[in-house]
Design a protein around this ligand. Structure first.
Ligand code: NAP
Length: 355
């Protein structure tokens, strides 16, 4: 059946123990894993940020890659950029929160390349602000993209994978899907749901030859602070979030994150927590959940901005509050993040500047 069984048969009990310890269906000594050349990969949320880098990384591995996002103009620009690097790319716009749209996407992608071998559920949104500014709609928006936006494509692609007896689903969740972080409540609730879905699915589809990998990034320098939504004291919320997703030591280089995700995909890992801070936080919370919540309560009380009332709407995009938060020290501290935003396509093109 699977490589796991082959390995277990070859290596006996030690092989089985090794696989269990490392949560992998491949022998760990094969550091770079099997060749992905010729595989068809669909990466959601790939017009910018981590998704764009994953599409590029899979393309460089010799994969044929379908990229998707809502904004057709930005997606088209990303497709041109990736094709100009000699990669085999097809762009298909889609709103992942709409089930029918997702079904059309999977049908078109399958018809275009003949099949989908690897689905990478990467698309996500993040709203930053205190709990008392968040509306029910904010929770629904987060669930619609960060949870349903992974479940819809997975359900649609599983039958073809089952039929072939092979396939991979890679879910990009978040450290916010393992540890409940303040000022990110809709996001953290939706990411917990996505993590549960991903981990549970792995245990049930292994019998069909399908592997599911849960990727748990900590903060990464994707430049996404420009496209995140801010509520409450928007400039201050933008300030702490942008610093966190920029400062080295706290945040991780996004290209390195993409390379590690592709490696985890090759090795069919059960889980990969990216970055040292995310690993420390996840493990500490696993051992001491009460203490973690006490510490985060203190961080929230002492360190995070306050705001008085509910605010309707989805919040304001980072690109629109950037100027209000700016000063020379902030500019200097966020140099790496702003450089990432430029390189990883976070700035809308001329047609979309007004959005
Ligand atoms: N950056 C971090 O520090 C960090 C940390 C932990 C986890 N993560 C996770 O990593 C993933 C990528 O993050 P990122 O920083 O690269 O985000 P990003 O730069 O904001 O990119 C998000 C992508 O998702 C697409 N998208 C959003 N809503 C969509 C929808 N309804 N339908 C289809 N596409 C949609 C966006 O394009 P459109 O807007 O055009 O649709 C864009 O291509 C997310 O799941 C995020 O939660 C990020």
């Amino acid at each position: 059946m699977s490589n796991k069984n082959d390995n277990n048969q070859k290596n006996g009990l030690p092989g089985l123990l090794k696989n269990l310890l490392h949560g992998t269906t491949e022998v760990r000594s094969k550091k770079t894993g099997p060749d992905l050349r010729g595989k068809v990969v669909l990466v959601t949320g790939s017009s910018r940020g981590l998704g764009y880098l994953l599409a590029r990384e899979f393309g460089r591995e010799g994969c044929r890659v379908v990229i998707t996002a809502r904004d057709a103009v930005e997606l088209d620009r990303a497709e041109k950029d990736l094709k100009s690097q000699g990669l085999e790319i097809k762009a298909l716009p889609c709103d992942l929160s709409q089930k029918d749209d997702v079904e059309r996407l999977i049908d078109h992608a399958t018809a275009y390349f003949g099949r989908i071998d690897i689905l990478v559920n990467n698309a996500g949104i993040i709203q930053v602000g205190p709990e008392n500014t968040m509306t029910l709609e904010n929770f629904e928006q987060a669930m619609n993209i960060d949870f349903w936006g992974a479940v819809y494509p997975t359900f649609k692609v599983l039958p073809q994978m089952r039929q072939r007896g092979s396939g991979q689903i890679v879910n990009i969740t978040s450290i916010g899907g393992k540890v409940a972080l303040p000022h990110l409540l809709p996001y953290t609730a939706a990411k917990f749901a996505a993590t549960g879905f991903s981990e549970g699915l792995r245990t049930e589809v292994a019998k069909d030859g399908i592997s599911v990998t849960t990727i748990v990034p900590g903060l990464m320098r994707t430049g996404s602070f420009l496209n995140a939504y801010f509520k409450g004291d928007q400039a201050k919320e933008f300030g702490w979030f942008t610093l966190g997703s920029t400062l080295p030591g706290i945040s991780m280089d996004a290209e390195r994150a993409a390379a590690q995700i592709v490696e985890a995909t090759k090795l069919k890992k059960a889980e990969r927590i990216l970055s040292v801070p995310a690993n420390v936080l996840a493990r500490f919370n696993g051992l001491f959940p009460g203490t973690t919540q006490e510490i985060l309560t203190m961080v929230n009380t002492v360190g995070l901005p306050k705001s008085q009332s509910k605010q309707p709407g989805e919040g304001v995009r980072g690109a629109k509050v950037e100027d209000a938060a700016s000063n020379p020290i902030f500019e200097a501290l966020t140099t790496l993040g702003r450089s990432a935003a430029n390189r990883f396509r976070q700035h809308p093109g001329p047609v979309n500047l007004e959005k």
